[in-house]
Structures are given as C-alpha cells and as structure tokens.
Design a protein around this ligand. Structure first.
Ligand code: AHG
Ligand code: MN
Ligand code: MN
Ligand code: MN
Length: 324
C-alpha cells in the first residue's frame, strides 16, 4: 500500500504544501491517540469557556486547536491560521505562502459518548492583492489549493483533495502512517438516503419542508421510492457516509434564532467539504448558490449547506427554484 507523501509527490503537489499537509496529519495522529485513550487521557468533558461561535468548548476542542495551531506555525511555512475556536486569525511567518483554516474537532458533542468526530482543514494561498489579518481569508472556496478531513472513527481516515480528485487513506497505527486505501473516491449520482437533523423540521423554509416531505412519503409519494435516514451529528462522519455509499447531507437555514439562521461555518466546514464533494463528482449548494462561489465577508460566517449525490442535490434544488 502506498504512503501519502509519495502519492502527493507523484501528483506534483508543491513540496511546501506537502509539508503543511503532513504537519496537519502529525497533529491529527496525536488527536487520534488522545481520543483513543478516552477517559484515560483525562481530556473528556467540557470547559467553562465559550468560543466565538457561542458554543461551550470541550476540553478536546481546545487541545486539538492548540496542537494544530502550534504545529502549523512552527513550520514557518504558514502565513496565518484561522480556526473555529479562535476569535481572530493568528499570524505566522510574514514571508510564507499558505493560509490554513480549520475546524480542529468537528462533532465535538460526540466526544463524551465515544462516537465519531473529525478534523476539517482548508488550505489557501496568500492573496495577490495586499491584505492583512482577516482579509487574507476572505477568498472563495474556488481558491482552495487543498482540503481534507480526518475522521476519527473505528479507524482513523484521511480524505484529501488537492484539486486532482479525492483519495482516502487509513492510519496504520502500528507504523504511524496514512496508507492509500481508496485511489479515486466518487459519489454515486443517485441515492435513497438522506442526512438532516429532523428535529429542526418546523423551523426550515418551505422548499426544504416540501422536499423532505416528499422523501418521507416513500413509494406512495411522487418520488416513488423509499428513503432511509441517518444522522451522526458530526458533519465529517455524515459526509463521509455520503462519499462512501451515496446520500444527501443538509444543514439548511432555519428560523430558530433570527441572529443565527445557519449553523455550519463557511471557511472551516462548508468550503473544504464542498471542495471534496465536488472533486468526487457530487454537488454542494446553499439552496440558491454554489457554496464555493460565495465571497466570504467574515471569517466566522455561517452558511446553509446541501451537498452530496449530484442528481439528488439537483432534485432538492428544484424545490428552491419553484417554491418561495
Ligand atoms: P462542531 O462540533 O465543530 O461545532 O460542529 C458541529 C456541527 C456539525 O459537525 C454537525 O453536522 C452539526 O453541528 C450537528 O448539529 P446538531 O447538533 O444540530 O445535530
Ligand atoms: Mn464547535
Ligand atoms: Mn464542525
Ligand atoms: Mn469544531
């Protein structure tokens, strides 16, 4: 089985970018180790702190954030980092080329129930125009040079794109290396499975209400087929299932809190996952626009997310076109 670095070399990925990715994976191996230790590592449970997102931080949210941030900045190859768990961007080497946005631990409410969580990262280059601080990261998803996630499940996996398709690697704990296990990951175009938090149903806008109602109607409704539902409550593992066996994943806008209509973050979650999904032949949209075409105005910006099997996403989007 091939190791990660020779694969990236044969794809002609620039050496410094390979080093940045490899550094993220060194941090991920440490996070994977701490997760496996569970209570033995003394890092389960919550802190008394809240992050900029208004969420109570888990101890492992903070540990993972510190590990990734420190290791990236130590490489001297990173100009700045932005994280779900940091209020502002953190500056690194002024002469370096790469910017890294990350969700250090995705699905962190799953930590205390010994269930799957992940790390998501998005790598950009310093923009050509003069920019400082947060402005550096206000680039569309199309500008990403690499994106990936690490899924800490029964096995630890890396799913990565550098814009040349998607590959999946599995961590061999005995040798501490990610080995290539899927060479060309593609999402089947059609599906009979959906992933959405149904408890928010009454708060969704009309198009999503109508679409899900037709899925639930099964063979008796206009879709004339039955749909299964799954929800792991960690975007990484829900989207990984979609990439592995088809599906549609959605966290649409809702009206629970008028100041916070969307949950998922554009820079740390939606853009990197959209890059992977599109590179695997799938589709990613807000309902009205392609996610990766959005011009961010704020680093912690949130966005409505619908992604997965191309035909099923198109069917869902047809409800957004026809229903106000
Ligand atoms: P995070 O743990 O990084 O804050 O992200 C949690 C997100 C995402 O991973 C998941 O899809 C969603 O929250 C789950 O939301 P619900 O609690 O509404 O199910
Ligand atoms: Mn969070
Ligand atoms: Mn997340
Ligand atoms: Mn997180």
């Amino acid at each position: 089985m091939q190791r990660l670095i020779p694969v990236l070399n044969s794809d002609h990925v620039p050496l410094h970018l390979i080093s940045v990715i490899n550094t993220l994976l060194t941090a991920a191996k440490e996070i994977s180790h701490r997760l496996h230790q569970g209570s033995l590592a003394g890092t389960l449970g919550s802190t008394l702190d809240e992050n900029i997102q208004g969420e109570t931080q888990k101890k492992l949210d903070i540990v993972s954030n510190q590990l990734i941030k420190t290791m990236l900045l130590e490489t001297n190859l990173v100009h700045a980092v932005a994280s779900e768990e940091e209020d502002d961007v953190v500056m690194g080497n002024p002469d370096a080329r790469y910017l890294v946005a990350f969700d250090p631990l995705d699905g962190s409410s799953n930590i205390d129930i010994n269930s799957s969580v992940g790390t998501i990262f998005s790598i950009l280059e310093k923009p050509k125009h003069p920019a400082e601080g947060k402005e550096l990261f206000l680039q569309t998803g199309d500008e990403q040079v690499a994106a990936g996630y690490i899924l800490y499940g029964p096995s630890t996996m890396l799913v990565l794109t550098t814009g040349q398709g998607v590959r999946a690697y599995t961590l061999d704990h005995r040798v501490g290396e990610f080995l290539l296990t899927v060479d060309k990951l593609t999402i089947p175009e059609e599906t009979q499975e959906f992933a959405i938090n149904m408890s928010n149903q009454r708060f969704w806008a009309k198009p999503m209400q109508a679409y899900i109602q037709d899925l639930l109607a099964g063979t008796e409704g206009k879709r004339q087929k039955n749909f299964n539902m799954r929800w792991n409550a960690a975007m990484v593992s829900d989207v990984h299932r979609v990439l592995s066996r088809s599906g549609i994943f959605a966290y649409p806008a809702d009206c629970r809190d008028e100041n916070k209509p969307c949950k998922l973050r554009l820079l740390y979650e939606a853009n990197p996952m959209s890059f992977i999904v599109e590179q695997a032949g799938g589709k990613a949209s807000t309902g009205y626009e392609r996610i990766m075409s959005l011009q961010p105005t704020e680093i912690h910006q949130r966005v409505s997310v619908i992604m997965g099997s191309r035909q099923e996403v198109n069917t869902c989007l047809s409800y957004y076109k026809s229903i106000e």
